[in-house]
Design a protein around this ligand. Sequence first.
Ligand SMILES: [Zn+2]
Ligand SMILES: [Zn+2]
Length: 246
Amino acid sequence: MKLFCIGSSSRGNGYVLQSSNGGALLIECGMPLVEVKKVLGWKLSSIAGCVVSHRHKDHSKYLPEYLKFGIHALALEDVFASFPKLNRTFCKSIEPMHGYKVGSFKVFALPVVHDVPCLGFVIEHDEMGKLLFVTDTMMLEYRVANLNHIMIEANYSDELLEDAISSGSTVSSTRERLLESHMELKTTEQILRTTDLTAVNEVVLLHLSGRHSNAEQFRALIAEAVGKPVYVANPGIEINVSKIPY
Ligand SMILES: [Zn+2]
Ligand SMILES: [Zn+2]
């Protein structure tokens, strides 16, 4: 199983999980479909579906395009309702604390805390084991057992945010918005420290802020905390997320 990161920021989010027989699950549709096509060698027929966390356009902007190409989309009703006149043929409304089958993937929707309704996902596949995907949330109320892979937001650090506010590059009202909607680095660390990481192969950090993060510093700090390989989801990276990677 391979994980491709197409985009992971407020400029657009998109990830592809591709199994060895070609079957693929898309996470988020905030990047143009052509980027997905490049990763999948232009074989859209292999896409089992696309799960979307919430209605913000950096996660959902290209939904109408994906639907037009017959890709099944699973998202909160709130996401579909945010697009006027959406063709609902390939839309499936999902709810928090429910599980869904998408091709050979199983997806469980977790409620998270953002400034609009938002979901995290626990995704399972025979080849991959269990993957946690959490983004655009100030915190995570649940701890998921027996994880093999973790993709989690590390949006900003208080320190870099305060620096940006004092230097005038960020307005101070941003602080209140971020506090209630995005994950601060220490929260990411705390979640990982209180999760059983025994079977976790790697941690992938998502949705780093352009102004209030430092990729290498964040990666190093989390790597130190978890003692596992840690990656930053830079566009273009590809990670082997097989259950047994070697
Ligand atoms: Zn976002
Ligand atoms: Zn958002």
